[in-house]
Design a protein around this ligand. Sequence first.
Ligand code: AMP
Ligand code: MG
Length: 539
Amino acid sequence: MSRPPDPTNPLTSLRFDNRFTRLLPGDPLTENSRRQVFNACYSRVTPVRPVAPQLVAYSPETAALIDLDSAACTSPLFTRVFSGDLVLPGMDPHAACYGGHQFGNWAGQLGDGRAINLGETVNRRGEHWTLQLKGAGPTPYSRRADGLAVMRSSLREFLCSEAMHHLGVPTTRALSLILTGEMVERDMFYDGRPEEEPGAVVCRVAPSFLRFGNYELHAARGELEVLRRLADFTIRTLFPHLGEPSPVIYGQWFAEVCRTTAELMVHWLRVGFVHGVMNTDNLSILGLTIDYGPYGWLEDYDPLWTPNTTDAEGRRYCYGRQPTIAHWNLAQLANALHPLIGDPEPLEQGLTDYSRWFEEGWQATMAAKLGLVAFQAETDTTLTQDLLALLPAVETDMTLFYRHLADIPAGNADDRIAPAELAAPLMAAFYRPEQLTPTYLEQLGSWLGRYRQRLRHDGLVDAERKQRMHAVNPKYVLRNYLAQLAIDDIGAGDFSLTSELLDVLRHPYDEQPGRERFAEKRPEWARHRPGCSMLSCSS
Ligand code: AMP
Ligand code: MG
């Protein structure tokens, strides 16, 4: 294990420029004990060395971001470095200090409890990418937990990060999934029956892992000098186009966070993603999807659906509420930034604009999903509202519905097609044939009639419209049960489904003949199976 690294491996020539630790105040204590850390943005901490690390999968696209080729990724050195076994020269491992509002309540200090940033590598294009191990051992922020992660949740984070990227949804990326060789105890459903599960480490990659909660914690503690330094650091390194930090620029920065967050919410709704734990410590300052925990994908369209069992009662973070929650979270960020600006006006403006940006973005996205050239409020407001009321009336697979809607011909005004015949291309989307009553089919047929009329008004050729619709309505998403099948297989020592899913999800909008089984609706066995329809925060 302790042979010297091979100097020809591109890993050994990774360059590091650790701006976060160099430019921001750190915790003077280096002892790795759980504690409150004041007046500091991070604490230095060393990853725990794994017993027997084993590479399950890596993402070639994320590797390319940091100039690593497949030979480097399959080298023993890669597995050592990205499991926490070996810290490379130039790295500066640390855990970030942040707080957050959890389920609407201020929770105080949280911090990277099981994430260790290795450092910021600079690629050939001069871009900085922060490398972060999740599950590599405790930090001063681990509170009462162990700092570890299990394979089940790590696989879900690894695959979903990459799937989201290929769907065009802003996200942190995942470089690798590595089993540590150790077992980790988890009480998956908090029912007092803990079990041993294989431990794993994911290496995540992003320009920054800063969250709303980083700013909130310093503001809540009155650490205004640290808050100002962190804000200035953020603007200089991540928002340099805004110019030198000043009260006016802080306002413009907040507006940009509001805009990117609004765009992110539009994307989540477009693809049917439910984050599951939209606490302010899980919202990225860059508008990235971050912290994949008990997330899920809408199968049957239900705006109140949440995969997170911890939230089953209140459904605070259900699919349909995500844009409202993001606004609430932005309001907490605004409160935190207020002392820097003094004037509430630009912050209030940002929050008002958020709602407008979200609304405009959502309308444009709905138009695109329906294959309309542009959203025309007079007709399309009710057209989309009526559709979104129709979808939950019977169990309708959201992904399949939009995908197959592209097969509905615009037709002619004098067509006389029976509702059932008109709806035929959509049949694959329905879970329960017995729900397709004549009344329902009548309603669906009537909506399709209006839809076709609207399509004829645009006058696009069917084939062209289909192409446009297929570019925004994915065929392949990481259905909850697919991730679970890959988890089951890894448990049995078989990594092939993980690789295959990673590959399928690389082209989510393409037909990919021969891979249709990955685009099918959730099988009945998965309806109530834990991991497929219900997830807990235990990970
Ligand atoms: P989450 O909402 O899952 O992103 O986590 C909330 C907080 O709990 C964060 O500060 C995490 O770092 C921390 N946390 C979650 N799981 C663990 C764990 N197994 N060990 C240490 N800290 C954890
Ligand atoms: Mg988190």
